[in-house]
Design a protein around this ligand. Sequence first.
Ligand code: F6P
Length: 352
Amino acid sequence: MGRARMKIGVLTAGGDCPGLNAAIRGVGKTAVLKYGHEIIGFSSGFLGLIRKEYRQLDELALSGILTVGGTILGSSREKPFKHTEYDDYIKSKPEIIQENYRKLSLDGLVCIGGNGTQKTAYRLSKLGLNVVGIPKTIDNDVWGTDLTFGFDSAVSIAAEAIDRLHSTANSHKRIMVVEVMGHTAGWLALHAGLAGGGDIILIPEIEYSTKVIAEYLTRRFEEGKPYSIVVVAEGITLPNKKNGSPRNVPVSAYIANQILKRTGLETRGTILGYIQRGGSPTARDRIVATEFGAYAAEMIHRGEYGKMAAYKGYKLVGIPLSDVAGKTKTIPRGHTLILHARSLGTCFGDSL
Ligand code: F6P
């Protein structure tokens, strides 16, 4: 059984997404109302823990945030274990974090974030902090969980944007290439492409050929199809860049240029970018984030540290952070969504 009254810290780190406040609310209300614990929220991810910047998350602070986009705590991509040249001269960030954790008399820490956050959480747990992780990202690429919150909202945003591209592509009889986020995985592009009726879906997990893409689009044109939609994951490999550095080069521009050059068909590119991370969470993300938050508070109360809350099917479980750290969940080539999309004639750039 958990301690009588615990003091629990919570932080949100990495790329923000809809649902973060629902998760904070889930953790806080469960801890405060069900168990009578105290909750403090650190500002800007791990930076707040390093700088001892935090606020009390009482019932008032947690009220009215379920549907609010972004994170009331703020976020950052601070990586405390990333060695800097100063570390040899001053106290290292992990040492500062350990010190502040003790100074604040914390009994537990909930880290809400993606791959990088869970890796930092794991390393902090090895230093003796009582840590529980919650998987958050629009990319849905956190190992060990079937689902992250933020993903459903981004799929809905991207699908709605793709719906709009159909009408303008049809007006001009154009090929529209739309670039979606997803970092080095293709989950977002695959789901948004299917939901939005993409004719071609390019994902990092499947090697594409611009020749095949051109032949597929030319065939559609010759069959009298007035326009085509090409959905591209930002993490696909380009000839001059290694896979997985999505933010360096707009892949949609490269693919659009290749299509124009090889087919002569009028083509335009659109990058959805940060719109996919903004605004209020979908109902599903509100529920998923709330469940993760409540479950994480229960894990802390039970003393189930060094683990991340995860969905296995529809069941919530705690999995060791050691299983998650340093891994990325990518799409298996035989995934049913890929097989079924191919059955409907969707092209993944690898075969006609
Ligand atoms: O991890 C979420 C994500 O939006 C990725 O899809 C994207 O590649 C990355 O963050 C962008 O990072 P930043 O917010 O640091 O520009």
